[in-house]
Design a protein around this ligand. Structure first.
Ligand code: NAP
Length: 311
């Protein structure tokens, strides 16, 4: 499935790759770059000394910086792996230090807002290709990463109209070497698709956990004790990084509000069906949901094992 990687002739695919942000995504990129020989040298940047110290212990990079501009010096490929709301500020900081001809990309969960915030800072001769790997877990920080995170997952590019074809080809080869499949679409379409497949499910999960926590008639210890009834499956999503998700909702406002409107109409229809005892309606809808679950498994995007493979 992987493209022939740079390993074939023992030379790394890129001479130097800079990872700005060493959390779940940044550290996973570091692990897979080592495994697949994708970078001759990795430089890593994070905000806090704490993350730098831990990244050093884990051996994620060859050099470490708290100043992102220092990290991108001489880098052929630069990844922005910071929360969506921080992308613009980081791009502004690194812009003067970017090497002419370098590829600048990001992994942000929202695309139109990242393009809006980053593009104005990209110097002439640097190829900015926005991207988003549809792969993650509810964990964050430098310990959370693993080399297999992108295996058989999709990475979506939302290239700008004047994107350099050779740069796009090289970035595509990089992501394919991580085990990912690559797809291209417009930023607006990306934000709508991810709005329904990722952002709205997280919002619903955060909300149901909040509702349960605020119930007065059912104690919190009961919610926890009986969570295997279904509630615990929402708590995985609701345990995701609060800063990352705050930024997603602030930066994909229109798409999320549009989808939320549709969702609330459908929820009202369900409420009505329950109130009026319309069993046939409920049955039809639940049958359709089962089919979608089967299609996700057939597409290799989840395990067929019961309970998501829990024992
Ligand atoms: P993470 O584990 O929380 O790591 C975030 C990294 O960004 C940390 O190294 C942090 O440095 C740095 N950072 C945070 N705020 C910053 C700021 N204001 N300025 C500079 N650096 C900052 O996050 P992640 O899960 O890897 O997510 C990174 C990006 O990937 C986000 O844009 C997210 O939308 C996207 N993404 C996430 C997932 C997922 O499931 N998690 C999946 C696909 C894409 P310190 O540790 O020093 O604070």
């Amino acid at each position: 499935m992987n493209m022939p990687s740079a390993q074939d002739d023992e030379r790394p695919m890129f001479d130097k790759v800079a990872l700005i942000g060493l959390g779940l995504i940044g550290s996973s990129l570091a692990h897979v770059m080592r495994r697949e020989n994708l970078a001759g040298r990795i430089s890593g940047a994070a905000r806090s000394e704490e993350t730098i110290t831990r990244a050093r212990e884990l051996g994620l990079a060859d050099e470490y910086h708290t100043d992102p501009a220092a990290a991108v010096q001489d880098a052929d490929l630069v990844f922005l792996n910071v929360p969506v709301g921080a992308m613009g500020k980081v791009a502004e900081k690194i812009a003067p230090a970017l090497k002419p001809g370098a590829i600048l990309t990001d992994v942000g969960s929202v695309k139109a807002a990242v393009i809006r915030d980053v593009s104005p800072h990209v110097p002439e001769g640097v190829h900015f290709i926005p991207g988003h790997p549809i792969a993650g877990t509810e964990q964050s920080g430098p310990d959370a990463g693993f080399a297999e995170l992108f295996e058989n997952r999709w990475c979506i590019f939302t290239p700008l109209p004047d994107t350099d074809e050779e740069a796009l080809r090289r970035l595509t080869a990089f992501w394919q070497a991580t085990g990912a499949h690559v797809e291209t679409m417009t930023p607006e379409h990306h934000d709508l698709v991810l709005g329904i497949t990722s952002h709205l499910p997280h919002l619903i999960a955060y909300n149901i956990v909040a509702t349960a926590a605020d119930l007065e008639e059912v104690t919190e210890s009961e919610v926890i004790k009986y969570s295997a009834g279904g509630f615990r499956d929402f708590t995985r999503l609701a345990a995701s990084d609060p800063v990352m998700w705050r930024d997603v909702f602030l930066n994909n406002r229109e798409a999320v509000l549009e989808l939320l409107g549709r969702f609330m109409e459908d929820l009202s229809a369900l409420q009505r069906a329950i109130r009026w005892g319309e069993g046939e309606k409920l049955h039809e809808l639940f049958k359709r949901s089962r089919r979608i679950r089967r299609e996700i498994i057939e597409a290799g995007q989840d395990t067929a094992a019961p309970g998501f493979g829990r024992r």
